[in-house]
Ligand binder design. Structure first.
Ligand SMILES: Nc1ncnc2c1ncn2[C@@H]1O[C@H](COP(=O)(O)OP(=O)(O)OP(=O)(O)O)[C@@H](O)[C@H]1O
Length: 647
């Protein structure tokens, strides 16, 4: 069913010409006479197929020289620098030309310039001897002259702003440059192909693990990433074992929830590292929550089965000291960790980053919004120190999210190196899964007191069993209260559900282990058991959690942003499965908020699902109708809940 032929020509790259901002002056590299210093391909010995070490030495010199060149100089556009009118590109002409401009005293100037130059130097010396009071501001001077002569002032040339960027302006430019000059590669949902078509790019063992444990066919984000990154990685590793990351550049991915991002970044990592001989920390995967650690660990373990790669995790429940000893004894090749814990281990020197080749941020927008002891700058500084390199360090940063931040400030902190952004070819900020069917339930303000009852009627209107319904509320308190109320209501005669109805609540009143147990129970499928499982949760559950067969998501409380909406709804309709999301909108205010601040940021597949109103479905159109008996029992339940909470 996924066998649609993938045609590489479909890969739409909207790459603006990637301007390689070069530093103001080219570092002069000791190359053979007559050869133009070529930064892109590294060096001339590379053209002669020099041995790895020779290429690495030249590269190391090149990088040292680049690092020494003062990078605060205003970046010069490559065109002006390379467009050499006289076509003199060899190193001799280059140096004599600069000598004449940089050191006038040394090289003979033609006579016609020497007079001009001496007058300029005389003016400079007069200006230096003037007292401050004698210095006249240009505006005042213009005003005085016009008042004295009562003449119409002669039109003055515009005052030319200083060409020197102020530090703030320069950093603002560089920050927006971090994002604006990113090459963009767009893809669409038709880009699916068999994993077997990568048999020349992937090791036999890895390919077997993918097809046996995951799938025969790729998802679109995996196709575009593997097609782009694998060849780059292979070539870069063939040129330099040590510095290949810098040649590949950084990778940014904005792909919808459930689209297989974890596999998309895990495959290139396992492919690149499986040839290594000694265990060294070469890949760091940073995730925002503990639950995600286990999920990524499972994927990595399945992929690297049969290789000698060691994947480690840092568990918050383990003591830092014990983990420190464990990492000291054996450095894992791949480490999955949360940001705060990573900072703790770096400060304890549990491991160093000098061998690191991949730094992966999963749910990156969440990570970049977290301060966690300023983890981002701690890692960036530690990388530069351990690798003894200036930015950009030779590490491939892979930044993944379904709602990747466009906040250049946050991305700037990552000191991106020639980033490529992979994104859906949609005009909106975020893209929803194709088979996610959304329904809006418009509740009149006057009836808002009965919102829990409407939701119960919405749930019990579904006749089929084996539903897994995830209900999102805005707080822990609301999660506990709503779950308790639902249990009370279901125990009543009129309100009771036809199905076996289990309601649980995830909230911070529970211990972490209880929450994990409840999630496992919710996710578990007992064959033959027709349980209708309802889990009430806060947004802790909305990020990256991959639970099979969540059939419905109910936004009982509206999310506060389109990002939150995307992540909540993304718990269903995963891996191209079908899923349903209900939005309970109370009054015109919430309806307007949803359309102005959520729906306006979302794009959906043209041939996919589109938002509907609940009353377009026969079985749902009466959920807002309440009989007297039902209302009576509902009010009883509310009273019971109130007395329980008061006691
Ligand atoms: N090519 C594939 N074919 C079928 N299933 C896949 C494929 N790739 C990944 N999956 C499955 O899809 C599910 C979602 O994958 P994953 O959790 O990586 O999505 P995601 O994009 O990270 O979602 P989120 O943004 O919510 O974190 C997982 O169960 C995974 O095993």
């Amino acid at each position: 069913m996924f066998a649609a032929r993938f045609d590489p020509s479909q890969v739409q790259t909207t790459s603006e010409p990637v301007k390689n901002f070069k530093l103001a002056s080219k570092p002069v590299i000791p190359l053979k006479r007559g050869k133009e210093p070529d930064h892109e391909s590294g060096s001339e010995s590379e053209g002669e197929g020099g041995s790895g070490s020779e290429v690495e030495d030249v590269e190391r010199d090149e990088e040292k020289q680049t690092a020494q060149v003062d990078s605060t100089q205003a970046p010069m556009d490559v065109d002006s620098q390379d467009a050499d009118p006289r076509g003199e590109n060899d190193i001799d002409a280059y140096s004599s030309r600069n000598a004449s401009v940089d050191s006038p005293g040394k090289a003979p100037l033609s006579d016609k310039h020497s007079g001009l130059l001496s007058r300029f130097q005389k003016t400079l010396s007069i200006q230096q001897n003037l007292k401050p009071s004698e210095l006249v501001n240009s505006e005042d001077e213009t005003m005085e002259s016009s008042e004295q002569h009562d003449l119409v002032p002669i039109p003055q040339p515009a005052v030319v702003k200083s060409t020197q960027l102020t530090v703030e302006a320069a950093s603002a430019v560089s920050k927006s440059a971090a994002w604006l000059h990113t090459q963009k590669v767009q893809y669409n949902n038709s880009m699916i192909k068999p994993f077997a078509s990568y048999k020349t790019e992937l090791s036999e063992k890895l390919l077997a693990n993918i097809t046996a444990k995951f799938s025969q066919n790729t998802f679109p984000i995996q196709t575009i990433l593997l097609d782009t990154v694998l060849p780059k990685l292979r070539f870069a590793q063939s040129v330099s074992k040590r510095h290949y990351p810098r040649r590949v550049g950084d990778i940014l991915v904005n792909a919808s929830t459930g689209s297989g991002k974890t596999l998309a970044y895990s495959i290139p990592v396992v492919q690149s590292l499986s040839k290594r001989t000694v265990n060294r920390l070469r890949c760091l995967i940073v995730v925002p929550t503990k639950i995600l650690i286990h999920q990524v660990f499972e994927t990595m373990t399945k992929l690297s089965q049969g290789t000698s790669l060691v994947t480690g995790i840092s568990k918050l429940e383990n003591s830092l000291r014990d983990e420190h000893k464990k990492f000291q004894n054996q450095e894992p090749d791949i480490l999955i960790i949360t940001p705060g814990r990573l900072v703790d281990h770096l400060q304890l020197n549990s491991f160093d980053l000098k061998n690191l080749k991949f730094l992966i941020l999963d749910e990156a927008d969440r990570l970049l919004n977290q301060s966690f002891q300023n983890w981002c700058s701690v890692i960036m500084n530690m990388l530069k120190a351990d690798k003894n390199e200036a930015a950009p360090v030779s590490v491939i940063k892979m930044v993944f999210s379904a709602t990747l931040t466009t906040n250049t400030e946050k991305l700037h902190n990552l000191e991106l190196n020639r980033p490529t952004l992979f994104m859906m070819d949609s005009v909106k900020l975020y893209h929803l899964p194709k088979h996610l069917q959304e329904y809006n339930v418009q509740i009149p303000t006057a009836k808002s007191f009965a919102k829990p009852l409407f939701m119960l009627q919405l749930i019990t209107a579904h006749s089929e069993a084996n539903l897994r319904i995830l209900i999102f509320v805005r707080s822990n308190e609301a999660s506990l209260r709503l779950a308790t109320l639902l249990q009370l209501m279901v125990s009543k005669k009129a309100l009771g559900s036809k199905n076996d109805f289990q309601v649980t609540s995830i909230n911070s009143n529970n211990t972490k282990s209880l929450n994990n147990k409840l999630i496992k129970h919710f996710a578990a499928t007992e064959p033959g058991k027709k349980g209708l499982k309802v889990l009430v949760a806060t947004d802790l559950m909305s990020r990256g959690i991959d639970i099979d067969n969540v059939t419905h998501v109910i936004n009982y409380d509206l999310p506060v942003s389109s990002q939150q909406y995307v992540h909540r709804c993304g718990r269903t309709a995963r891996a191209q499965a079908h899923g349903v999301a209900f939005n309970l909108l109370v009054g015109k205010g919430e309806q307007k908020f949803w359309s102005d601040h959520i729906d306006s940021d979302l794009s959906r597949d043209v041939d996919g699902c589109h938002v509907k109103s609940y009353d377009e479905v026969d079985t749902l159109k009466d959920i807002l109708v309440i009989s007297e008996e039902v209302e009576e029992e509902y009010r009883e339940s509310l009273a019971e809940l109130k007395s329980a909470s008061d006691s």
